[in-house]
Design a protein around this ligand. Structure first.
Ligand code: DX5
Ligand code: ZN
Length: 228
């Protein structure tokens, strides 16, 4: 089922003392969306930023904000993140007792609801609520840090989510997050992902624009190999 390719660099690998400039750099390099990693030191062993920072960044760009909540009590904070300017709010299935209700709450706040799965979490966590979300985020590393290696078993998981969505007739976005780079990106597209998060590969690239362009080229190559 056709879905658009969206390149969504993560600012986790940006210089946190210059986030505004870093986002402007991503915008100039051709990013479609900005991925913002929110960590609470509880759901994951790291702490990052929250609504006040996102609110200030919101004034600096029109690019959509994809806010990835790696926090144990997302329901308590959805209003604050929506109000700060999140366009997509991703909650972790493992952190939600009533996932369908949480996704409905995000939609009611005017943001797009999305659900993330840790590498070990079965697809069945989203099977019966897939119609409530606009995106499924497949974690391709254990969340908490940038710069980790892509877990190869996740190609099959991405393909399984795509097959599940196709079977349900739902053109959902499938986002991959963690360890994505120019070496594995074509395989990621071939597995069925269409929303690409990349942090260290984009920020450590000698030429950020060329790095993102190489991802678009890989998407075209993957689409061609699907036809052949
Ligand atoms: C990991 C975060 C990712 C991270 C990706 O917990 O959710 O968004 O920034 O960084 P890289 O691309 O370096 O793996
Ligand atoms: Zn993330």
């Amino acid at each position: 089922m056709k879905t658009d390719i969206i390149l969504c660099p993560s600012i986790l690998s940006a210089d946190f003392s210059r986030l505004g400039e870093e986002i402007a750099r991503l915008e100039r390099a051709g990013a479609d969306m900005i991925h913002i990693d929110v960590m609470d030191g509880d759901f994951v062993p790291n702490i990052t930023i929250g609504p006040p920072v996102i609110k200030r960044l919101r004034e600096l760009t029109k690019l959509p904000f994809d806010v990835h909540l790696m926090i144990t009590q997302p329901d308590r904070h959805l209003g604050a993140f929506a109000e700060a300017g999140a366009d997509i709010i991703t909650v972790h299935a493992e952190a939600c007792t009533h996932l369908s209700r949480t996704l409905g709450h995000i939609r009611a706040l005017g943001a797009k609801p999305s659900v993330a799965l840790n590498p070990h979490t079965p697809l069945d966590f989203v099977r019966w609520v897939i119609g409530d979300a606009t995106m499924v985020l497949v974690m391709t590393v254990n969340p908490g840090f940038g710069g980790q290696s892509f877990i190869d078993a996740m190609y099959g998981k991405v393909a399984a989510v795509r097959a599940m969505a196709d079977d349900a007739g739902i053109p959902i976005d499938i986002e991959v997050d963690g360890g994505v780079n120019s070496q594995n990106i074509e395989k990621v597209f071939r597995a069925g992902a269409n929303v690409i998060v990349a942090g260290s590969a984009v920020f450590h690239a000698a030429d950020m624009r060329a790095e993102l362009e190489s991802y678009r080229t890989a998407a075209k190559a993957a689409a061609r190999s699907a036809i052949l």
